[in-house]
Design a protein around this ligand. Structure first.
Ligand SMILES: *[C@@H]1O[C@H](CO)[C@@H](O)[C@H](O)[C@H]1NC(C)=O
Ligand SMILES: *[C@@H]1O[C@H](CO)[C@@H](O)[C@H](O)[C@H]1NC(C)=O
Ligand SMILES: *[C@@H]1O[C@H](CO)[C@@H](O)[C@H](O)[C@H]1NC(C)=O
Ligand SMILES: *[C@@H]1O[C@H](CO)[C@@H](O)[C@H](O)[C@H]1NC(C)=O
Length: 497
């Protein structure tokens, strides 16, 4: 009995250490200009994969048979999934962005070639990967960003035209329809004022119709508009510091390349491409909130997509040198730790340009410029862990945190959260709120509690063994990414007790 007790205690401490509850207590500790966040970023950090407990629910598996074998693209620059789950890609057809495309002052040099003469927007069946519809011939010169908003409107950016466009839903567009609902920016004219963009890279649209533009390759700023297109906010400036070791500030970009919204957390997040990081800002007022970066992702980060259903970010990095592995990363929104990575089995993603996630969070799509490719990944074992998830007693921080991780991927709990749809508190609180417990029936609670205990016993066995073998403390603590508030010493102390 005593040993069982010991094992239980150990497992709690063990899980607590591995999932580091301290980091979760305060979802957004990085203050603007916090010295801690800067120094934390300067430390070199080894790869996280081997150290972070990886659960199957966060693993993505490449879908080999997607898209259909007869589907061909040019450089594929963007992908989005609409609310029905259909996959929409934006590609450049016969146009290619290379050294002859722009002059040094960002003027497009190939106007006389005319617009792309193939359909640039292609709708794919999410399951079979066959083409449902294509559209967008004779309009765009150099496709870049694409997103479908919650009302099915199609938004695209063209870096040659220096414009962004809103079109009505693809289902209503005929081959002949070329009239946008809204255009921002001036055709072929770049600039940096309220009416000009310079190679704008992406658009993100909130449920209320307000939208963000990342602008872009030359302007290094984010703009927010209301749904009529009136400018509300502008922030960001360039960060071409060029000095290794000097981290750019939180409002500096080196190619803001893609956008994703986490509306449940009131965030808009920017893939700050050449700074190798994701920066998240308050979606109401543009205040910096936190950053995601790691040595494993490296110095280039091309795109990010957020799944509210899973509470996860999906990130693709980019080629840098031989030591840099190009792949996809799954990152927890609360801890901002890498939970798993994904890659194909063959014809590997080597130059990915954009990533998107389906509304249910079960499928992730990645597109690439060269070689021209689109891939689908599906999450593995989505139901397996549902029982381990609930019922944390909030007084036991280790159990709370372990269940939090499982919660974010559990259908049962999702439903519970949806059921209590009052204006939910931001971030972690949402996951561990007692209302979840309330929403579950008593027998369920009993079963789940049992499962938690079982899980702990099993977990503790493994941790116990690892510990005996290593004779030291687990190194996990060393590699927390971005949590200045995280108190290593006090945790160690607990651990050694
Ligand atoms: C932006 O909004 C957040 C949350 O509402 C608030 O904490 C913050 O102080 C605001 N920042 C500014 C600059 O108004
Ligand atoms: C859960 O925590 C509360 C205090 O927050 C405590 O009163 C209660 O006894 C705990 N329940 C269990 C099962 O440990
Ligand atoms: C859930 O949201 C809907 C619409 O947003 C609202 O009408 C309803 O009252 C909410 N339910 C609860 C339990 O808050
Ligand atoms: C849990 O949710 C209720 C409303 O559903 C809210 O009043 C309470 O503050 C929440 N608790 C936490 C810890 O977020």
């Amino acid at each position: 009995m005593r040993s069982l007790f010991l094992i239980l205690i150990t497992s709690h401490v063990g899980l607590g250490v591995m999932w580091n509850p301290k980091t979760q207590a305060a979802p957004y500790p990085d203050a603007v200009g916090s010295p801690n966040s800067d120094s934390a970023l300067l430390r070199r950090r080894p790869a996280l994969d081997s150290l972070v407990p990886v659960s199957d629910t966060h693993q993505l598996v490449w879908s080999e048979k997607w898209p259909a074998s007869n589907v061909r693209f040019g450089q594929v620059s963007a992908v989005s999934v609409d609310k029905h789950g259909q996959v929409v890609v934006f590609h450049r057809g016969s146009h290619v962005w290379n050294a002859e495309t722009f002059d040094i002052e960002d003027n497009y040099l190939r106007k006389e070639d005319g617009p792309v003469d193939e359909d640039t927007v292609v709708v794919l069946d999410p399951n079979t990967g066959s083409i449902i519809k294509s559209w967008g011939k004779g309009i765009f010169y150099m496709p870049h960003g694409l997103t479908i908003d919650s009302e099915d409107n199609l938004w695209v950016t063209d870096v040659a035209l220096h414009q962004i466009f809103k079109f009505p839903s693809l289902s209503s567009l005929t081959k002949e329809s070329k009239t946008p609902l809204m255009v921002k920016g001036v055709r072929f004219q770049h600039g940096k004022d309220d009416s000009h963009f310079c190679k704008p890279s992406a658009v993100a649209v909130m449920k209320n119709g307000d939208f963000f533009v990342s602008d872009g390759y030359c302007n290094s700023r984010i703009l927010k508009y209301d749904k009529e297109g009136n400018l509300l906010l502008v922030w960001g400036r360039s960060s071409f510091t060029g000095t290794y070791g000097i981290r750019p500030g939180p409002y500096q970009f080196n190619v803001p390349h893609a956008l994703t919204l986490a509306e449940d957390l009131n965030l808009v997040c920017v893939a700050d491409r050449e700074n190798g990081r994701v920066l998240c800002f308050n979606a109401q007022n543009g205040t910096y909130t936190f950053e995601i970066s790691s040595d494993e992702i490296g110095p280039r980060l091309f795109s990010v997509a957020y799944s509210p259903a899973k509470g996860l970010f999906y990130i693709v990095n980019g080629p840098f040198d031989e030591s840099q592995q190009v792949k996809g990363f799954v990152v927890d929104v609360n801890t901002r730790k890498i939970l798993s990575t994904f890659q194909t089995g063959s014809s590997q993603l080597s130059d990915p340009h954009d990533v998107a996630v389906s509304p249910d969070g079960e499928s992730v799509f990645v597109v690439q410029l060269d070689p021209h490719r689109a891939w689908k990944f599906v999450s593995k074992g989505s139901d397996k862990e549902s029982l381990s998830s609930s019922l944390p007693n909030q007084s036991t921080s280790s159990v709370t945190s372990s269940s939090t991780l499982a919660l974010s991927s559990t259908p049962t709990v999702k439903t519970a959260i949806e059921a209590s749809n009052s204006s939910l508190p931001v971030g972690l609180n949402l996951m561990v709120n007692n209302s979840i417990a309330k929403a579950m029936s008593a027998p369920m609670v009993a079963v789940i509690s049992l499962m938690v205990v079982l899980l702990c016993v099993t977990g503790s066995g493994i941790i116990w063994c690892m510990r005996l073998r290593r004779q030291g403390r687990p190194p996990v603590l060393e590699f927390d990414l971005s949590e200045p508030g995280y108190e290593r010493n006090s945790l160690m102390h607990d651990d050694e007790e």
